[in-house]
Design a protein around this ligand. Structure first.
Ligand code: IPE
Ligand code: IPE
Ligand code: MG
Length: 253
């Protein structure tokens, strides 16, 4: 593995925060004649090289969508398998987090999860809380609309307690109450598996993310393809509502 300073294909503008919708496990399983659920097992193993590549190039936050609030509607056996795989993912990731000094965090509605899993998530977060090299965020039982509603609920409670007035509620204040409020906004959002939708992932946090879609099924997605996307990212001009001339002026300063 090359280190930060002499990475052979240095990328000029890096995203600080990458979010990935890891889609296509079941189609991968079918395409490869695997047994029921084996596509999800392959998907679990595809995460490691991506984490390592993000670490290598210097990404600060990698957020991955593992289980959505809508995925509860899948057949009970598949939900149970996914929950078991999430448990093994956490067990397998912990030594890796310690080795690479990566902080592990979770976002989503934890109240829906088994007590054991909730406890494991808390323990993993506590054990890795002091690591600062990179943060890996795993979204479990997560929905962007739940996230925004949850933030609104917190603000409403502050209004009710007389700590805030309704007209003080602003986009900035909501930004401070959604999940990952302490992390940079999503710069780059990748979806594997060929669908062109966000499926309720980090809606608020991705307001100005650069979007990348690939037909590659998640278990086949690797560091090479990510590297190509990073290269393209560094070439896109992010205007944030301004004109390209204004942006060119800013970057030339
Ligand atoms: C993504 O793979 C994993 C989860 C949604 C949990 P899918 O299971 O959605 O795979 P496809 O999209 O049906 O191929
Ligand atoms: C999105 O994939 C959620 C995850 C990758 C965890 P889905 O397969 O659930 O998305 P839809 O149903 O095709 O929108
Ligand atoms: Mg899918």
């Amino acid at each position: 593995m090359s280190n930060h300073s002499n990475h052979s294909n240095a990328i000029s503008i890096l995203p600080r925060h990458i979010a990935i919708i890891m889609d296509g496990n079941n189609r991968y399983g079918r395409a490869n004649d695997l047994g029921r659920g084996e596509g999800h097992v392959a998907g679990k193993d595809a995460l490691d090289p991506i984490v390592e590549h993000c670490l290598e190039v210097g990404v600060e936050v990698l957020s991955v969508f593992a289980f959505s609030s809508e995925n509860w509607q899948r057949p009970a056996a598949e939900v149970a398998l996914l929950m078991r795989l999430l448990t093994s993912t956490i067990h397998e990731q912990l030594p890796r987090m310690n080795k690479y000094r990566i902080r592990l965090r979770f976002i989503g509605d934890r109240s829906q999860l088994d007590d054991d899993l909730q406890q494991l998530m808390l323990d993993a977060e506590q054990q890795t809380a002091h690591f600062e090299v990179m943060t890996l965020v795993i979204a479990i039982s997560y929905g962007g609309q739940w996230d925004i509603a949850h933030a609104a609920q917190q603000l409403a409670q502050q209004v009710q307690a007389g700590q805030l007035t309704a007209d003080e509620i602003s986009a900035e204040l909501l930004t401070q109450h959604v999940q990952l409020a302490d992390a940079p906004a999503v710069d780059m959002l990748i979806r594997t598996g060929g669908e062109y939708r966000l499926s309720n992932f980090l809606l608020w946090q991705s307001a100005y993310a650069e979007l990348f879609f690939t037909p590659t099924l998640w278990p086949d997605f690797g560091a090479n393809e990510l590297d190509g996307m990073l290269r393209e990212f560094s070439q896109r001009q992010r205007r944030f509502g301004k004109t390209s001339e204004q942006v060119a002026m800013q970057t030339n300063l």
